[in-house]
Design a protein around this ligand. Structure first.
Ligand SMILES: *Cc1c(COP(=O)(O)O)cnc(C)c1O
Length: 296
């Protein structure tokens, strides 16, 4: 299996007429280049859970997710790298046709166990947990995940930026970015879930001092909800790729770039703003779109 390649992470300047017009600049931290399957932010979030599991002498990671979960496939791959058995508890009945995500997870040796949506909701694990097993919550949510995500900003010159922008699912990555941010910087998160306010979950991962740092969550660019998309979003992703060479995914990063450019158009940023976008990966998820939908 291809190794993780931290040297491949780059910071790419974005050249867009809109940025010039608004007297702003922007760059993208390309965590997507870390590995084709273990999308950047998922590796950072898993790192300290795996370390902790190792310290406790556990050899079997159990975690949760849907059929298109980047976290599931990243856990499978990271487990294979680090010598852990992995089991993925998957939301929904097994279908005859496995998603690309689950196929990849299986190839990395993950055992898949399917739960009905009702059982999944209460995380009803259909086997006994023994002391070889280490549970990682859905999406890697938790303090160890946030600590790992705080290391994301070690891969750029963070002091150059006025704003740091990310996509938000469980808010674990955003919590890490807030931890690592400088006092004058603002972290902006784009929630990809509809009708799910994750403000509390975010706050729970922060210390009281961190809760007073500068950050905000935008709930206006979910495009219908988790993993939903519209022709407008797809068209934006293709246009964005044509003008910048940066590929995006339709679940997370496409919505983030769309959202922040929309805010920029509406003059939400001060002049001379220098934005850093976190490209958190997730490109494997685009395989679930019909062929030809995206030009990259
Ligand atoms: C999981 C994921 C996110 C969201 O990260 P959270 O820490 O759950 O908020 C963002 N972007 C991509 C590509 C992801 O796979």
């Amino acid at each position: 299996m291809q190794a993780l390649s931290f040297e491949s992470i780059t910071v790419d300047e974005l050249h867009l007429p809109l940025l010039k017009e608004k007297n702003a600049s922007a760059a993208v931290l390309r965590l997507d280049k870390l590995h084709p399957i273990i999308s950047g932010n998922k590796w950072f979030k898993l790192k300290f859970y795996l370390e902790d599991a190792g310290k406790q002498g556990k050899d079997h990671i159990i975690t949760f997710g849907g059929a298109f979960s980047n976290h599931i496939v990243a856990t499978a791959a990271a487990g294979k790298f680090k010598g852990f058995k992995t089991t993925g508890i998957i939301r929904g009945e097994e279908s005859t046709h496995l998603s690309h995500t689950l196929k990849h997870a299986k190839e990395f040796g993950m055992q898949l166990i399917f739960l009905s949506r009702d059982d999944y909701r209460v995380k009803k694990i259909p086997f006994a947990i023994d002391d070889t097993m280490y549970l990682v919550s859905e999406g890697g949510y938790g303090k160890k995940g946030a600590e790992g995500a705080a290391e994301i900003l070690d891969h750029c010159q963070k002091e150059n930026y006025t704003h740091i922008v990310c996509a938000v699912g469980t808010a674990t990555m955003m919590a890490g970015l807030i931890k690592a941010s400088l006092p004058e910087q603002e972290i902006i998160g784009f929630n990809v879930l509809k009708n799910v306010s994750i403000d509390h979950e975010l706050a729970d991962l922060l210390s009281p001092a961190e809760r007073n740092k500068k950050f905000r969550l935008s709930h206006n660019y979910h495009f219908g909800g988790y993993a939903k998309h519209t022709p407008e979003l797809i068209q934006f992703m293709n246009t964005f790729y044509r003008s910048t060479g940066v590929p995006t995914d339709f679940v997370y990063t496409g919505k983030m770039f769309y959202g922040v450019l929309d805010l920029l158009k509406a003059d939400h940023f001060p002049k001379k703003a220098n934005l850093l976008f976190i490209h958190s990966g997730g490109l494997q998820g685009n395989l679930s779109l019909p062929k030809g939908t995206l030009i990259f």
